[in-house]
Design a protein around this ligand. Structure first.
Ligand SMILES: [Zn+2]
Ligand SMILES: [Zn+2]
Length: 358
């Protein structure tokens, strides 16, 4: 039996997150109700908690619509199916299921062209009151417009909570257009950078280089397939990459740090005609020498956002071990300890992925 109320974290404002007893969502036709089995803490959750970006600034309008339940990395067990939802998604009560982080409107020019991840309305779970409430709760509703998948029961739920960040990593690697034998640099060995590393290995790079400043993350990068893991705080990482490539530079640079200096570093490290993938979310504007992009190197600058069309492959990679979920989930906490979880994720020296268990 589904209870009437549930525990949920509710975002009221910057650093104002409260554990509350709220109504369990009601579902309508085409909708799915899941009991949340595991839900991750994303770097964006930390940034949202600290007041960056989504709350708006002089440059950008506010994105978040609070009060709202946060959380966009999750897996749940289906407890109820609205009319038609079981047939549409191949789901039965009792199955594990995941929903893509964006709930498309299916009405805007992007959605109509199949570019749903750029939906103009842009409802991402955990940021939009009522329309797309998130997963830091005991139960969660997948709205009728959502894109849902069954998750095989042999993936542990805490690994399945990595499907969302892994889908983002797969998309970013695809945006890198990696060719056989390329020298690929991935900057930032957080959970998504470590996923990118394992996915990029599938592309047959000639040399796969990981960058970070945290020793534990660099060590894990080596274990998970980096040919070389460079501590950018020790000496000149740009020069090391140039030395490894006869002075040309890397072919592909994927920026997944969230740190401004990593952008200029990538522009310097890339060879002429190389490809730069900007994935990470920065706290504010970043300044670089734009002439490097055109006049000096004629670079390809590719943005990367979310994980469109990547969820089925993300599920498969976690199931078949191409991506090692067990190596990435370092901390498990009950939902009640979300504040501690945010702090552990924020600090990041000892943790990779922090997962909450409602
Ligand atoms: Zn995220
Ligand atoms: Zn749309």
């Amino acid at each position: 039996m589904v209870p009437k109320t549930m525990k949920a974290v509710v975002v009221h404002g910057i650093r104002d997150y409260r554990l509350e007893e709220v109504p369990v969502p009601q579902i309508g036709p085409g909708e799915v109700l899941v009991r949340v089995l595991a839900t991750g803490i994303c770097a964006s959750d930390v940034k949202t908690h600290e007041g960056y970006r989504v709350w708006g600034s002089e440059e950008i309008p506010a994105y978040i619509e609070a009060p709202v339940i946060p959380g966009h990395e999750f897996v749940g067990q289906v407890v109820a199916l609205g009319e038609g939802a079981g047939e549409k998604y191949g789901l039965q009560v009792g199955d594990m299921a995941v929903s893509e982080q964006i709930v498309p409107c299916w009405q805007c020019r992007f959605c109509k062209r199949g570019q749903y991840w750029m939906c103009q309305q842009h409802d991402i779970y955990g940021f939009k009151k009522d329309r797309a409430e998130g997963s830091w709760a005991e139960y969660m509703r997948f709205p009728a417009n959502a894109i849902n998948y069954k998750v095989p029961s042999d993936i542990p739920p805490e690994h399945a909570a990595l499907i969302e960040p892994l889908a983002c990593a797969i998309h970013a690697v695809e945006r890198g257009d990696i060719q056989l034998g390329d020298v690929v640099v991935i900057a930032g060995m957080g959970p998504i950078g470590l996923c990118m590393l394992q996915v990029a290995r599938q592309k047959g790079p000639g040399l796969l280089i990981a960058l970070d400043m945290k020793p534990k993350r660099l060590e894990l990068a080596r274990q998970l397939g980096a040919d070389l893991a460079i501590d950018v705080s020790q000496g000149d990482a740009v020069q090391r990459v140039l030395d490894l490539t006869d002075g040309y530079g890397c072919d592909v640079y994927i920026e997944a740090t969230g740190a401004g200096p990593a952008v200029g570093q990538g522009l310097q490290m890339l060879r002429r005609l190389g490809t730069f993938v900007e994935f990470s979310v920065h706290a504010g504007p970043v300044s670089v020498d734009w002439s490097v992009i055109g006049d000096v190197k004629e670079l390809n600058i590719h943005g990367s956002h979310l994980g469109p069309y990547c969820y089925p492959l993300a599920i498969e990679y976690l199931r078949n071990g191409v991506v090692n979920g067990g190596a990435l989930v370092t901390h498990r906490l009950p939902l009640e300890k979300f504040a501690e979880g945010l702090e552990i994720a924020h600090q990041g020296d000892e943790s990779i992925k922090v997962v909450l268990i409602p």
